[in-house]
Design a protein around this ligand. Structure first.
Ligand SMILES: C[S@@+](CC[C@H](N)C(=O)[O-])C[C@H]1O[C@@H](n2cnc3c(N)ncnc32)[C@H](O)[C@@H]1O
Length: 223
């Protein structure tokens, strides 16, 4: 008997397609169970411990889809040795010169300098999930509010790098990584123009819920 998978999806149509695909690829022997379930609430059966947990329910910057809420539910139920795939997702803030970046791409520049990385704003891995799972659950609606992260902005570079973006770094497993622009999920996402307000620091906070996203705020400076 090969290693077997329990396959979850909340959407009937996705499950129908999934079954067709497994049949077509003659992979049915690998299925332990297919279940229609909300993975943010699903309970791991006690008699069938899980060794590998794979989830791909995300968009870039971990917006809109429930990747984080699913991990926050499943990981604390897994044995310590269990592997989570992707192993780690890091969101970081960056200032970008968009037109320069476009030109660098057209010219196939190998060492581009149109992206000025600021700092990490959120990390999703087993360690962070276990650290945060009991601490930050809100009572209303069961969403998670993660610790705030304040990032300093060197204001003198805003003229050269005027737009604030979130970068998504996906570490799938061991050496397998999705780097910037290697997929739709790892393309930078623009969240603000900073030329007018020129903030010297920005506060970021990731939250799950109906519309998961990184929220951010900064003081407007009047001159
Ligand atoms: C981005 S798609 C990716 C599907 C698959 N990984 C693939 O590459 O084809 C996300 C899938 O997650 C399912 N989904 C979204 N929220 C879910 C939830 N809370 N529980 C279980 N499945 C969910 C959607 O129905 C959809 O089929």
């Amino acid at each position: 008997m090969p290693e077997q998978f329990t396959l979850l999806d909340i959407n009937e149509q996705s499950l129908t397609t999934l079954k067709k695909l497994f049949k077509l690829l003659e992979l049915e022997n690998y299925i332990y169970k297919i279940e229609k379930a909300d993975a943010t609430q699903w309970e791991v059966p006690r008699d069938k411990p899980i060794d590998i947990f794979i989830s791909e329910t995300m968009q870039r910057a971990l917006r809109k889809e429930p990747q984080v809420a699913i991990c926050m539910n499943i990981v604390p139920q897994l044995p310590e040795h269990a592997v989570m795939i992707p192993e780690q997702i890091i969101l970081s803030a960056a200032l970008i010169n968009v037109s320069k970046r476009m030109q660098e791409k057209l010219d196939n520049i190998l060492e581009p300098n149109s992206v000025f990385e600021l700092d990490t704003i959120y990390t999703l891995n087993k360690e962070e999930i276990l650290k945060n799972s009991s601490l930050h659950r809100q009572n209303n609606g069961g969403s998670y509010l993660f610790p705030k992260k304040v990032v300093s902005i060197p204001t003198e570079i805003i003229d050269d790098y005027p737009t604030l973006h979130i970068l998504t770094d996906i570490h799938i497993y061991k050496e397998e990584r999705l780097l910037i622009d290697e997929s739709q999920l790892t393309m930078p996402i623009k969240i603000a123009e900073l030329k007018q307000d020129r903030p010297s620091e920005i506060t970021f906070q990731y939250r799950t819920g109906e519309m998961p996203e990184v929220q951010f705020s900064f003081e407007k400076i009047l001159v």
